[in-house]
Design a protein. Sequence first.
Length: 436
Amino acid sequence: MAAQTAQGQGKRLGILVGGGPAPGINSAISAAAIEANNAGFDVIGIYDGFEHLIKGRTDQVRPLKIADVSRIHFQGGSILRTSRANPTKKPEDLQRTVETLQKLGITHLVTIGGDDTAFGAFEVAKAAAGAVRVAHVPKTIDNDLPLPGGMPTFGFETARHVGTQLVLNLMEDSRTTNRWFFVVVMGRKAGHLALGIGKAAGATLTVIPEEFPKERLTLDEVCTVLEGAILKRRAMGRRDGLAVIAEGIGEKLDPEELAKIPGVEVEYDPYGHIRLGEIPLATILKREVQRRFAERGDKVGIVGVTLGYELRCAQPIPFDIDYTRTLGYGAVRFLLSEPDDERLRYGGLVCLEGGHLKVLPFDELRDPETGRTRIRTVDVTSEYYRVARQYMIRLEPQDLENEEMKRKLAEAAKLTPEELERRFAPVVRGTAVAQA
Protein backbone atom coordinates (compact mmCIF):
# COMPACT_ATOMS: atom_id res chain seq x y z
CA MET A 1 0.00 0.00 0.00
CA ALA A 2 2.93 2.39 0.65
CA ALA A 3 4.02 2.16 -2.97
CA GLN A 4 0.47 3.01 -4.05
CA THR A 5 0.32 5.99 -1.72
CA ALA A 6 3.37 7.54 -3.33
CA GLN A 7 1.68 7.44 -6.75
CA GLY A 8 -1.05 9.95 -5.88
CA GLN A 9 0.76 11.89 -3.15
CA GLY A 10 0.07 15.62 -3.34
CA LYS A 11 -2.46 15.24 -6.15
CA ARG A 12 -6.19 15.84 -6.10
CA LEU A 13 -8.76 13.70 -7.87
CA GLY A 14 -12.29 14.92 -8.60
CA ILE A 15 -15.38 12.82 -9.29
CA LEU A 16 -18.53 14.09 -11.01
CA VAL A 17 -21.70 12.63 -12.51
CA GLY A 18 -23.45 13.84 -15.67
CA GLY A 19 -26.66 12.98 -17.49
CA GLY A 20 -29.61 11.04 -16.13
CA PRO A 21 -29.40 8.86 -13.01
CA ALA A 22 -28.68 5.14 -13.34
CA PRO A 23 -28.48 2.35 -10.76
CA GLY A 24 -24.85 1.83 -9.71
CA ILE A 25 -23.63 5.43 -9.71
CA ASN A 26 -22.89 5.40 -5.98
CA SER A 27 -21.08 2.10 -6.32
CA ALA A 28 -18.81 3.61 -9.01
CA ILE A 29 -18.21 6.71 -6.86
CA SER A 30 -17.41 4.50 -3.88
CA ALA A 31 -14.93 2.28 -5.72
CA ALA A 32 -13.15 5.21 -7.36
CA ALA A 33 -12.94 7.17 -4.12
CA ILE A 34 -11.67 4.21 -2.10
CA GLU A 35 -8.97 3.33 -4.64
CA ALA A 36 -7.93 6.98 -5.01
CA ASN A 37 -7.67 7.44 -1.25
CA ASN A 38 -5.62 4.26 -0.99
CA ALA A 39 -3.31 5.62 -3.68
CA GLY A 40 -2.70 8.82 -1.73
CA PHE A 41 -4.98 11.22 -3.62
CA ASP A 42 -6.94 13.96 -1.96
CA VAL A 43 -10.41 13.11 -3.29
CA ILE A 44 -13.30 15.52 -3.75
CA GLY A 45 -16.77 15.00 -5.13
CA ILE A 46 -18.18 17.68 -7.43
CA TYR A 47 -21.89 18.33 -7.16
CA ASP A 48 -24.26 18.51 -10.14
CA GLY A 49 -21.96 17.45 -12.96
CA PHE A 50 -20.35 20.31 -14.89
CA GLU A 51 -23.02 22.82 -13.85
CA HIS A 52 -21.06 24.77 -11.23
CA LEU A 53 -17.67 24.35 -12.92
CA ILE A 54 -19.07 26.12 -15.98
CA LYS A 55 -20.03 29.06 -13.75
CA GLY A 56 -16.61 29.20 -12.13
CA ARG A 57 -17.88 28.14 -8.71
CA THR A 58 -15.52 26.21 -6.46
CA ASP A 59 -17.81 25.90 -3.43
CA GLN A 60 -20.04 23.07 -4.72
CA VAL A 61 -17.72 20.24 -3.73
CA ARG A 62 -17.24 17.84 -0.82
CA PRO A 63 -14.37 15.66 0.43
CA LEU A 64 -14.73 11.94 -0.18
CA LYS A 65 -12.89 9.94 2.42
CA ILE A 66 -13.20 6.16 2.64
CA ALA A 67 -15.58 6.49 5.59
CA ASP A 68 -17.85 8.70 3.47
CA VAL A 69 -18.29 6.15 0.70
CA SER A 70 -17.65 2.69 2.11
CA ARG A 71 -21.36 1.82 2.53
CA ILE A 72 -23.02 3.63 -0.37
CA HIS A 73 -22.45 1.01 -3.07
CA PHE A 74 -25.90 -0.58 -2.66
CA GLN A 75 -27.80 2.75 -2.70
CA GLY A 76 -29.69 4.12 -5.69
CA GLY A 77 -29.35 7.69 -6.93
CA SER A 78 -26.17 9.76 -6.69
CA ILE A 79 -24.68 11.29 -3.55
CA LEU A 80 -23.13 13.91 -5.86
CA ARG A 81 -26.41 14.49 -7.70
CA THR A 82 -26.19 15.00 -11.47
CA SER A 83 -27.06 17.44 -14.24
CA ARG A 84 -27.03 17.71 -18.02
CA ALA A 85 -24.98 20.92 -18.05
CA ASN A 86 -22.86 21.03 -21.21
CA PRO A 87 -19.33 22.46 -20.81
CA THR A 88 -18.88 22.55 -24.59
CA LYS A 89 -21.87 24.72 -25.45
CA LYS A 90 -19.72 27.85 -25.64
CA PRO A 91 -15.92 28.21 -25.90
CA GLU A 92 -15.92 30.41 -22.81
CA ASP A 93 -17.82 27.73 -20.86
CA LEU A 94 -15.21 25.15 -21.73
CA GLN A 95 -12.35 27.44 -20.79
CA ARG A 96 -14.03 28.38 -17.51
CA THR A 97 -14.60 24.72 -16.68
CA VAL A 98 -10.92 23.94 -17.11
CA GLU A 99 -9.91 27.00 -15.09
CA THR A 100 -12.27 26.06 -12.26
CA LEU A 101 -10.88 22.54 -12.12
CA GLN A 102 -7.39 24.01 -11.90
CA LYS A 103 -8.47 26.42 -9.13
CA LEU A 104 -9.73 23.39 -7.23
CA GLY A 105 -6.32 21.80 -7.69
CA ILE A 106 -7.75 18.85 -9.58
CA THR A 107 -5.13 17.02 -11.62
CA HIS A 108 -7.21 13.91 -12.31
CA LEU A 109 -10.94 13.66 -12.99
CA VAL A 110 -13.33 10.71 -13.03
CA THR A 111 -16.52 11.43 -14.96
CA ILE A 112 -19.50 9.09 -14.73
CA GLY A 113 -22.11 9.42 -17.46
CA GLY A 114 -23.47 8.54 -20.87
CA ASP A 115 -22.69 9.65 -24.42
CA ASP A 116 -23.09 13.40 -23.77
CA THR A 117 -20.94 13.31 -20.63
CA ALA A 118 -18.32 11.30 -22.52
CA PHE A 119 -18.31 13.96 -25.23
CA GLY A 120 -17.97 16.75 -22.66
CA ALA A 121 -15.24 14.88 -20.76
CA PHE A 122 -13.15 14.48 -23.92
CA GLU A 123 -13.44 18.18 -24.77
CA VAL A 124 -12.45 19.17 -21.22
CA ALA A 125 -9.45 16.82 -21.34
CA LYS A 126 -8.29 18.29 -24.65
CA ALA A 127 -8.79 21.87 -23.50
CA ALA A 128 -6.79 21.17 -20.34
CA ALA A 129 -3.91 19.95 -22.55
CA GLY A 130 -2.63 17.46 -19.98
CA ALA A 131 -3.20 19.57 -16.87
CA VAL A 132 -6.29 17.49 -16.03
CA ARG A 133 -6.40 13.85 -17.06
CA VAL A 134 -9.84 12.27 -17.40
CA ALA A 135 -11.18 8.74 -16.98
CA HIS A 136 -14.79 8.29 -18.09
CA VAL A 137 -17.00 5.54 -16.61
CA PRO A 138 -19.85 4.71 -19.04
CA LYS A 139 -23.27 4.91 -17.43
CA THR A 140 -26.76 4.84 -18.94
CA ILE A 141 -29.86 2.72 -18.63
CA ASP A 142 -30.23 3.19 -22.41
CA ASN A 143 -27.30 0.78 -23.03
CA ASP A 144 -26.36 2.79 -26.12
CA LEU A 145 -22.60 3.34 -25.72
CA PRO A 146 -20.43 1.26 -28.09
CA LEU A 147 -18.66 -0.91 -25.49
CA PRO A 148 -16.59 -3.88 -26.66
CA GLY A 149 -17.70 -7.48 -26.40
CA GLY A 150 -21.37 -6.59 -26.13
CA MET A 151 -20.96 -5.48 -22.50
CA PRO A 152 -23.93 -3.46 -21.22
CA THR A 153 -23.56 0.02 -19.83
CA PHE A 154 -23.94 -0.01 -16.09
CA GLY A 155 -27.46 0.57 -14.81
CA PHE A 156 -29.08 -1.18 -17.77
CA GLU A 157 -29.44 -4.59 -16.11
CA THR A 158 -31.02 -3.13 -12.98
CA ALA A 159 -33.38 -0.96 -15.03
CA ARG A 160 -34.40 -3.97 -17.11
CA HIS A 161 -34.96 -6.05 -13.97
CA VAL A 162 -37.12 -3.45 -12.23
CA GLY A 163 -38.92 -2.53 -15.46
CA THR A 164 -39.77 -6.15 -16.18
CA GLN A 165 -41.38 -6.54 -12.76
CA LEU A 166 -43.50 -3.45 -13.34
CA VAL A 167 -44.56 -4.56 -16.81
CA LEU A 168 -45.53 -8.00 -15.49
CA ASN A 169 -47.84 -6.26 -13.00
CA LEU A 170 -49.38 -4.20 -15.80
CA MET A 171 -49.86 -7.30 -17.94
CA GLU A 172 -51.84 -8.90 -15.12
CA ASP A 173 -53.95 -5.75 -14.89
CA SER A 174 -54.46 -5.92 -18.65
CA ARG A 175 -55.75 -9.49 -18.46
CA THR A 176 -57.92 -8.73 -15.44
CA THR A 177 -59.58 -5.62 -16.90
CA ASN A 178 -59.61 -6.71 -20.56
CA ARG A 179 -57.87 -3.61 -21.89
CA TRP A 180 -54.59 -2.54 -23.44
CA PHE A 181 -51.59 -0.79 -21.97
CA PHE A 182 -49.19 1.35 -24.01
CA VAL A 183 -45.97 1.45 -21.96
CA VAL A 184 -43.32 3.92 -23.12
CA VAL A 185 -39.84 3.03 -21.86
CA MET A 186 -36.81 5.36 -21.74
CA GLY A 187 -34.17 5.12 -24.45
CA ARG A 188 -33.43 8.22 -26.51
CA LYS A 189 -32.00 6.73 -29.70
CA ALA A 190 -31.82 3.00 -29.03
CA GLY A 191 -34.44 0.44 -28.10
CA HIS A 192 -32.27 -1.79 -25.88
CA LEU A 193 -34.17 -1.16 -22.64
CA ALA A 194 -37.63 -1.38 -24.20
CA LEU A 195 -36.73 -4.59 -26.02
CA GLY A 196 -35.04 -6.07 -22.95
CA ILE A 197 -38.10 -5.41 -20.81
CA GLY A 198 -40.61 -6.47 -23.47
CA LYS A 199 -38.77 -9.68 -24.28
CA ALA A 200 -38.24 -10.66 -20.63
CA ALA A 201 -41.84 -9.92 -19.67
CA GLY A 202 -43.34 -11.55 -22.74
CA ALA A 203 -45.19 -8.37 -23.70
CA THR A 204 -47.65 -8.60 -26.59
CA LEU A 205 -45.31 -6.54 -28.73
CA THR A 206 -42.40 -4.13 -28.46
CA VAL A 207 -41.86 -1.26 -30.89
CA ILE A 208 -38.35 0.23 -31.22
CA PRO A 209 -36.97 2.90 -33.58
CA GLU A 210 -34.43 0.53 -35.14
CA GLU A 211 -37.27 -1.34 -36.89
CA PHE A 212 -37.87 1.62 -39.14
CA PRO A 213 -35.03 2.29 -41.59
CA LYS A 214 -36.22 5.80 -42.47
CA GLU A 215 -34.64 8.78 -40.75
CA ARG A 216 -38.06 10.20 -39.88
CA LEU A 217 -41.25 8.47 -38.75
CA THR A 218 -44.80 9.73 -38.93
CA LEU A 219 -47.27 9.36 -36.10
CA ASP A 220 -49.50 7.51 -38.55
CA GLU A 221 -46.92 4.77 -39.11
CA VAL A 222 -46.40 4.10 -35.40
CA CYS A 223 -50.12 4.06 -34.68
CA THR A 224 -50.71 1.71 -37.61
CA VAL A 225 -48.31 -0.83 -36.03
CA LEU A 226 -50.14 -0.58 -32.70
CA GLU A 227 -53.57 -0.68 -34.29
CA GLY A 228 -52.59 -3.74 -36.31
CA ALA A 229 -51.42 -5.57 -33.19
CA ILE A 230 -54.72 -4.89 -31.41
CA LEU A 231 -56.64 -6.21 -34.43
CA LYS A 232 -54.50 -9.34 -34.66
CA ARG A 233 -54.95 -9.97 -30.95
CA ARG A 234 -58.73 -9.70 -31.43
CA ALA A 235 -58.61 -12.03 -34.42
CA MET A 236 -56.91 -14.55 -32.10
CA GLY A 237 -59.69 -14.20 -29.54
CA ARG A 238 -58.19 -11.74 -27.00
CA ARG A 239 -59.09 -8.10 -26.30
CA ASP A 240 -56.28 -7.41 -23.84
CA GLY A 241 -52.62 -6.73 -24.49
CA LEU A 242 -49.57 -4.64 -23.65
CA ALA A 243 -47.25 -2.83 -26.02
CA VAL A 244 -43.81 -1.69 -24.89
CA ILE A 245 -42.76 1.35 -26.93
CA ALA A 246 -39.24 2.76 -26.92
CA GLU A 247 -39.05 6.46 -26.08
CA GLY A 248 -36.74 6.82 -29.07
CA ILE A 249 -39.80 6.56 -31.32
CA GLY A 250 -40.49 10.14 -30.22
CA GLU A 251 -36.95 11.13 -31.27
CA LYS A 252 -37.67 9.91 -34.82
CA LEU A 253 -40.98 11.77 -35.13
CA ASP A 254 -40.92 15.09 -36.98
CA PRO A 255 -40.65 17.88 -34.37
CA GLU A 256 -42.97 19.99 -36.52
CA GLU A 257 -45.63 17.27 -36.43
CA LEU A 258 -45.22 16.96 -32.66
CA ALA A 259 -45.51 20.71 -32.19
CA LYS A 260 -48.91 20.71 -33.94
CA ILE A 261 -50.40 18.33 -31.36
CA PRO A 262 -52.48 20.29 -28.80
CA GLY A 263 -50.75 20.55 -25.44
CA VAL A 264 -47.33 19.47 -26.74
CA GLU A 265 -44.39 21.86 -26.53
CA VAL A 266 -41.12 20.74 -28.08
CA GLU A 267 -38.16 21.70 -25.87
CA TYR A 268 -34.42 20.97 -26.16
CA ASP A 269 -31.78 20.10 -23.54
CA PRO A 270 -28.28 21.70 -23.28
CA TYR A 271 -26.87 19.12 -25.72
CA GLY A 272 -29.50 19.94 -28.36
CA HIS A 273 -31.69 16.86 -27.87
CA ILE A 274 -35.48 17.04 -27.73
CA ARG A 275 -36.60 16.73 -24.11
CA LEU A 276 -38.46 13.48 -24.60
CA GLY A 277 -39.64 13.55 -21.01
CA GLU A 278 -41.78 16.56 -21.97
CA ILE A 279 -43.45 14.68 -24.85
CA PRO A 280 -46.45 12.66 -23.56
CA LEU A 281 -45.85 9.92 -26.14
CA ALA A 282 -48.01 7.27 -24.43
CA THR A 283 -50.96 9.67 -24.32
CA ILE A 284 -50.45 10.82 -27.91
CA LEU A 285 -50.40 7.23 -29.21
CA LYS A 286 -53.32 6.17 -27.02
CA ARG A 287 -55.58 9.00 -28.22
CA GLU A 288 -54.78 8.47 -31.89
CA VAL A 289 -55.35 4.70 -31.81
CA GLN A 290 -58.58 5.15 -29.89
CA ARG A 291 -59.71 7.74 -32.45
CA ARG A 292 -59.15 5.23 -35.27
CA PHE A 293 -61.31 2.61 -33.59
CA ALA A 294 -63.98 5.19 -32.78
CA GLU A 295 -64.15 6.14 -36.47
CA ARG A 296 -65.28 2.58 -37.18
CA GLY A 297 -67.84 2.70 -34.38
CA ASP A 298 -65.64 0.61 -32.14
CA LYS A 299 -64.10 1.21 -28.74
CA VAL A 300 -60.81 0.04 -27.27
CA GLY A 301 -59.71 0.64 -23.69
CA ILE A 302 -56.09 1.82 -23.52
CA VAL A 303 -54.03 3.04 -20.56
CA GLY A 304 -50.87 5.03 -21.26
CA VAL A 305 -47.90 4.53 -18.92
CA THR A 306 -44.34 5.89 -19.04
CA LEU A 307 -41.50 3.99 -17.34
CA GLY A 308 -38.12 5.58 -16.71
CA TYR A 309 -38.00 7.73 -13.63
CA GLU A 310 -39.10 4.67 -11.63
CA LEU A 311 -36.02 2.82 -12.91
CA ARG A 312 -33.18 5.33 -12.81
CA CYS A 313 -32.67 5.56 -9.05
CA ALA A 314 -33.51 1.97 -8.14
CA GLN A 315 -31.14 0.11 -5.84
CA PRO A 316 -28.65 -1.66 -8.14
CA ILE A 317 -28.87 -5.42 -8.48
CA PRO A 318 -25.69 -7.41 -7.68
CA PHE A 319 -24.61 -7.40 -11.34
CA ASP A 320 -24.40 -3.61 -11.45
CA ILE A 321 -22.77 -3.32 -8.02
CA ASP A 322 -20.11 -5.85 -9.04
CA TYR A 323 -19.63 -4.22 -12.44
CA THR A 324 -19.31 -0.65 -11.17
CA ARG A 325 -16.89 -1.51 -8.41
CA THR A 326 -14.56 -2.86 -11.08
CA LEU A 327 -15.08 0.18 -13.33
CA GLY A 328 -14.49 2.68 -10.51
CA TYR A 329 -11.31 0.88 -9.47
CA GLY A 330 -10.21 0.69 -13.10
CA ALA A 331 -10.74 4.42 -13.65
CA VAL A 332 -8.28 5.31 -10.88
CA ARG A 333 -5.72 2.68 -11.88
CA PHE A 334 -5.80 4.07 -15.42
CA LEU A 335 -5.24 7.63 -14.19
CA LEU A 336 -2.22 6.42 -12.19
CA SER A 337 -0.69 4.66 -15.17
CA GLU A 338 1.51 5.89 -17.97
CA PRO A 339 -0.44 5.37 -21.21
CA ASP A 340 1.16 3.21 -23.87
CA ASP A 341 -1.12 4.73 -26.51
CA GLU A 342 -0.58 8.38 -27.42
CA ARG A 343 -4.36 8.77 -27.87
CA LEU A 344 -4.81 8.12 -24.14
CA ARG A 345 -2.52 10.88 -22.92
CA TYR A 346 -5.48 13.11 -22.01
CA GLY A 347 -7.78 10.32 -20.91
CA GLY A 348 -10.15 7.62 -22.08
CA LEU A 349 -13.24 5.51 -21.40
CA VAL A 350 -12.91 2.64 -18.93
CA CYS A 351 -14.69 -0.61 -19.77
CA LEU A 352 -14.51 -4.38 -19.36
CA GLU A 353 -13.84 -6.92 -22.07
CA GLY A 354 -13.69 -10.61 -21.26
CA GLY A 355 -13.32 -9.82 -17.57
CA HIS A 356 -10.30 -7.56 -18.15
CA LEU A 357 -10.21 -3.78 -17.78
CA LYS A 358 -9.69 -1.88 -20.99
CA VAL A 359 -9.45 1.83 -21.77
CA LEU A 360 -10.72 3.15 -25.09
CA PRO A 361 -9.41 6.43 -26.53
CA PHE A 362 -12.14 9.05 -26.64
CA ASP A 363 -11.69 9.59 -30.36
CA GLU A 364 -12.39 5.90 -30.94
CA LEU A 365 -15.90 6.53 -29.65
CA ARG A 366 -16.54 9.43 -32.01
CA ASP A 367 -18.65 9.25 -35.14
CA PRO A 368 -16.36 10.72 -37.81
CA GLU A 369 -19.34 12.27 -39.61
CA THR A 370 -21.05 13.99 -36.68
CA GLY A 371 -18.12 14.38 -34.28
CA ARG A 372 -20.40 13.14 -31.49
CA THR A 373 -20.15 9.95 -29.45
CA ARG A 374 -21.27 6.94 -31.50
CA ILE A 375 -24.53 5.31 -30.46
CA ARG A 376 -24.96 1.53 -30.15
CA THR A 377 -28.37 0.60 -31.51
CA VAL A 378 -30.29 -2.69 -31.53
CA ASP A 379 -29.20 -4.95 -34.39
CA VAL A 380 -32.54 -6.00 -35.89
CA THR A 381 -30.80 -8.69 -37.98
CA SER A 382 -29.49 -10.45 -34.85
CA GLU A 383 -30.93 -13.63 -33.37
CA TYR A 384 -31.47 -11.68 -30.15
CA TYR A 385 -33.96 -9.41 -31.88
CA ARG A 386 -35.45 -12.05 -34.16
CA VAL A 387 -36.37 -14.28 -31.22
CA ALA A 388 -38.09 -11.33 -29.54
CA ARG A 389 -39.97 -10.53 -32.75
CA GLN A 390 -40.96 -14.17 -33.25
CA TYR A 391 -42.87 -14.20 -29.97
CA MET A 392 -44.67 -10.90 -30.49
CA ILE A 393 -48.26 -10.63 -31.62
CA ARG A 394 -48.24 -8.00 -34.34
CA LEU A 395 -49.14 -7.78 -37.97
CA GLU A 396 -46.50 -9.34 -40.20
CA PRO A 397 -46.38 -9.59 -44.02
CA GLN A 398 -47.45 -13.24 -43.88
CA ASP A 399 -50.65 -12.29 -42.07
CA LEU A 400 -51.74 -10.28 -45.11
CA GLU A 401 -50.81 -13.17 -47.40
CA ASN A 402 -52.87 -15.74 -45.46
CA GLU A 403 -56.44 -15.44 -46.72
CA GLU A 404 -58.05 -16.88 -43.58
CA MET A 405 -56.11 -14.57 -41.24
CA LYS A 406 -56.73 -11.65 -43.57
CA ARG A 407 -60.49 -12.31 -43.39
CA LYS A 408 -60.43 -12.46 -39.58
CA LEU A 409 -58.41 -9.26 -39.41
CA ALA A 410 -60.81 -7.49 -41.76
CA GLU A 411 -63.76 -8.56 -39.60
CA ALA A 412 -62.01 -7.31 -36.45
CA ALA A 413 -61.30 -3.99 -38.17
CA LYS A 414 -64.77 -3.73 -39.73
CA LEU A 415 -63.09 -3.31 -43.11
CA THR A 416 -63.10 -5.27 -46.33
CA PRO A 417 -59.97 -7.39 -46.99
CA GLU A 418 -59.05 -4.92 -49.74
CA GLU A 419 -59.37 -1.93 -47.40
CA LEU A 420 -57.31 -3.77 -44.79
CA GLU A 421 -54.55 -4.39 -47.33
CA ARG A 422 -54.43 -0.75 -48.41
CA ARG A 423 -54.35 0.52 -44.85
CA PHE A 424 -51.77 -1.79 -43.28
CA ALA A 425 -49.57 -3.26 -46.03
CA PRO A 426 -47.27 -0.23 -46.56
CA VAL A 427 -46.28 -0.05 -42.87
CA VAL A 428 -46.22 -3.82 -42.21
CA ARG A 429 -43.95 -4.41 -45.19
CA GLY A 430 -41.83 -1.33 -44.57
CA THR A 431 -39.93 -2.33 -41.44
CA ALA A 432 -36.30 -3.42 -41.51
CA VAL A 433 -37.26 -6.92 -40.41
CA ALA A 434 -39.80 -7.33 -43.18
CA GLN A 435 -37.20 -6.28 -45.74
CA ALA A 436 -34.46 -8.55 -44.38
